[in-house]
Write a protein that binds this ligand. Structure first.
Ligand SMILES: NC(=O)C1=CN([C@@H]2O[C@H](COP(=O)(O)OP(=O)(O)OC[C@H]3O[C@@H](n4cnc5c(N)ncnc54)[C@H](O)[C@@H]3O)[C@@H](O)[C@H]2O)[C@H](O)CC1
Ligand SMILES: [K+]
Length: 481
C-alpha cells in the first residue's frame, strides 16, 4: 500500500529532518529531482532539452525556492530559464541567488504573459503545502496565459493539499513532482495533478504511520481470491444477492453477475427477479425469497429492492444472518430513514455501506463536503461500518479509522447500474473472507479498472463494466509484483 500523510504530518517530519540536515540541503535534493523531471518533460514534448525555454512561476515560500533551484540546475543543461516572481520582495533568497548565478533571468509580472507564451514548459512553484484556497488574483492572472505543458512543484497550486478540493482558479498539471511522501491531494485530485512522481529526500524515517493509504496493484492482486487445489464451490465463499424486483430486474442481473465474475464461489440470488437472473446467470442458485435462500458467507442487499415494507423486511432478515453484509442503494436509504433495522444486526458482523453523495446526505444529514476522507470516517464511526463513499475518487473508511483512497482512471463509472456491479464485487470478496475494508477497497480498484478498460476512450455502460471485470482481474494479477 502507498502511504499518504497530511500536510501537518509532512511539515512536522520536515522540521525534524531539517534540524539534522545542512541548511538548504533538503531543498536542493528536492529541486534536483524536480529538474530531472523537467528535463524529461522537455525531451518528451519537444525532442530536446538544451536550448529549450522554461518559465518558472515563483511564489513567496519554499515551493518557489524549489522552482528557483530547479531552474538553476536546468541552466547547467543549457535550458533558457526565466522566473516570474509573484512577490519579488519575498522570493526565496538562496534560490533566487542560485538562479541568477547560473544565468537565469528574472522577469516582471507585467512581462510574465509573454515569457509564459514562449515557454516549452511552465513550472508551477506558486505555492505548496502552505496553500490556502484557490490561486490568488495575481497568480490566477498569469495562469490564464499558460498553454504549454505544466510541471507542478509538490502539488498543483490552488488545489487544497489535504482534501484535493478545487473551489476557484487552480493549476492543472501534466505532471506533479512531490517530495518525501504523497499528500492527500495526490490521490484525491488526479485531474489536477496529472502524473505524480515522488522524489525521495530522506523524509520517510521521520514520518511514522500514514494518515491514509492507497491500494496499489500488488495489494489487490495479493488479496483477490483464486481457487486452489483443495477448493470447491463452497470453500471460496457463497455470496447471497438480495436485489432487484419483478419490475426492475436489471439491478439484480448486474449485482449477481458481478458476484459471479468476481470469484469462483457460489452465488445465491434471492428476490422477485429470480427467473431473469437464472436465465442470465444459470450458474446462480436463484430463489424467490431471502428466507429460503440457503446458507451464505456474505450478503449483498439493496439494489432495486425498493424502500417500502418488503425492502425493509428483506434488509432486516439479511442483517440478522450473522454474516458480513454489503448494503447498497435502497438499503442505504432504508437505513437512513429507518435506522431501527440495524437492531437486527449482530454488532460483531461487519457491515459495508456504499453511499454516493446523495445517499451519504440521507445517512448523515449533510453532504460529504470538501474533506471526503473526514466525511467517510465520520459515517464509519456513526454506523460502526466500513463506508465506501463513491465519487470521482472513492474513499473507503473503517470504524477503526483506517482510510484508503482509490484514484480512478477516468470518470467512466458514472453510468446507471455501475453501483450494482460494485456491490456484487464487494459481496463476493466479503464472502471469500477478506477484511471488509480491504474487500471494499479492492472491489473499488477492480471496478475502476474494469470501467476504464470497458470504456477504452468511449462511453461505456454497467454491462460493459461487468463484462470487463475478468480482464481487469487478469490485468491486476498479471501485474509484476
Ligand atoms: N522545508 C523544506 O526545506 C522543504 C520544503 N519543500 C517545499 O516547501 C514547500 C512549502 O513551503 P512553505 O514555505 O511552507 O510555503 P509555500 O511555498 O507552500 O507557500 C508560500 C506562500 O504562498 C502563499 N499562498 C498560500 N496560499 C496561496 C494560494 N492559494 N495562492 C497563492 N499564494 C498562496 C502564502 O503566503 C504562503 O506562505 C513545499 O510545498 C515544498 O515545495 C520541499 O519539499 C523540500 C524541503
Ligand atoms: K506548486
Amino acid at each position: 500500500m502507498q502511504g499518504i500523510w497530511t500536510t501537518e504530518r509532512i511539515r512536522a517530519a520536515e522540521d525534524r529532518l531539517l534540524a539534522v540536515t545542512p541548511d538548504g540541503e533538503l531543498m536542493r535534493r528536492a529541486a534536483f529531482g524536480l529538474s530531472v523531471h523537467a528535463a524529461e518533460m522537455l525531451a518528451e514534448h519537444t525532442g530536446s532539452v538544451s536550448g529549450r525555454r522554461v518559465t518558472l512561476l515563483v511564489g513567496s515560500g519554499n515551493n518557489g525556492g524549489d522552482a528557483l533551484w530547479a531552474g538553476a540546475f536546468l541552466r547547467r543543461r543549457n535550458v533558457a530559464v526565466s522566473a516570474i516572481l509573484l512577490k519579488s520582495e519575498r522570493a526565496h533568497a538562496q534560490g533566487l541567488a542560485a538562479l541568477k548565478r547560473s544565468g537565469g533571468k528574472v522577469v516582471s509580472v507585467e512581462d510574465g504573459p509573454q515569457w509564459i507564451g514562449r515557454a516549452d514548459l511552465v513550472i508551477d512553484g506558486i505555492v505548496g503545502i502552505s496553500a490556502r484556497g484557490p490561486l490568488r488574483a495575481d497568480a490566477a492572472a498569469l495562469w490564464e496565459h499558460v498553454s504549454s505543458p505544466v510541471l507542478a512543484v509538490d502539488l498543483p497550486s490552488g488545489v487544497d493539499p489535504d482534501t484535493g478540493a478545487v473551489d476557484g482558479p487552480a493549476v492543472v498539471a501534466d505532471r506533479t513532482v512531490t517530495f518525501g511522501a504523497l499528500k492527500p491531494v495526490h490521490a484525491l485530485a488526479p485531474a489536477s495533478c496529472g502524473e505524480v512522481a515522488l522524489v525521495d529526500i530522506g523524509l520517510r524515517p521521520e514520518l511514522g504511520d500514514p494518515d491514509l493509504q492507497r491500494l496499489d496493484t500488488a495489494d489487490v492482486a495479493a488479496a483477490w481470491p483464486v481457487p486452489g487445489p483443495g477448493d470447491d464451490k463452497y470453500s471460496q465463499g457463497v455470496v447471497g444477492v438480495a436485489a432487484g424486483s419483478a419490475t426492475y430486474p436489471g439491478a439484480a442481473v448486474l449485482a449477481a453477475g458481478a458476484a459471479v465474475r468476481a470469484t469462483s464461489g457460489l452465488v445465491r440470488y434471492a428476490g422477485h427477479a429470480a427467473d431473469v437472473v437464472r436465465g442470465r446467470w444459470p450458474e446462480t442458485i436463484a430463489t424467490g425469497s431471502v428466507t429460503d435462500a440457503g446458507r451464505v458467507q456474505a450478503w449483498v442487499v439493496g439494489p432495486g429492492i425498493g424502500t417500502g415494507h418488503e425492502g425493509r423486511d428483506v434488509l432486516r432478515f439479511v442483517l440478522g444472518r450473522g454474516v458480513p453484509v454489503c448494503a447498497d442503494a435502497d438499503a442505504t436509504t432504508i437505513i437512513a430513514h429507518s435506522p431501527d433495522v440495524l437492531d437486527a444486526r449482530d454488532p460483531d458482523t461487519p457491515l459495508v455501506l456504499t453511499p454516493h453523495a446523495g445517499e451519504y446526505e440521507r445517512l448523515m444529514g449533510s453532504p460529504p463536503g470538501a474533506d471526503r476522507v473526514a466525511a467517510a470516517r465520520s459515517a464509519a464511526r456513526k454506523y460502526d461500518a466500513v463506508v465506501l463513499l463513491k465519487g470521482h475518487c472513492t474513499v473507503v473508511a473503517a470504524p477503526d479509522g483506517r482510510a484508503l483512497v482509490n484514484t480512478p482512471q477516468g470518470s467512466w463509472l458514472a453510468t446507471a447500474g455501475s453501483g450494482d456491479v460494485l456491490s456484487g464485487l464487494v459481496g463476493a470478496l466479503l464472502a471469500a473472507g477478506l477484511d471488509p475494508w480491504l474487500a471494499a477497497g479492492a472491489a473499488a480498484h477492480v471496478h475502476s479498472l474494469a470501467g476504464s478498460m470497458a470504456a477504452d476512450g468511449a462511453p461505456t455502460s454497467a454491462s460493459g463494466i461487468l463484462d470487463a471485470v475478468p480482464d481487469a482481474i487478469r490485468a491486476i494479477r498479471s501485474h509484476p509484483l
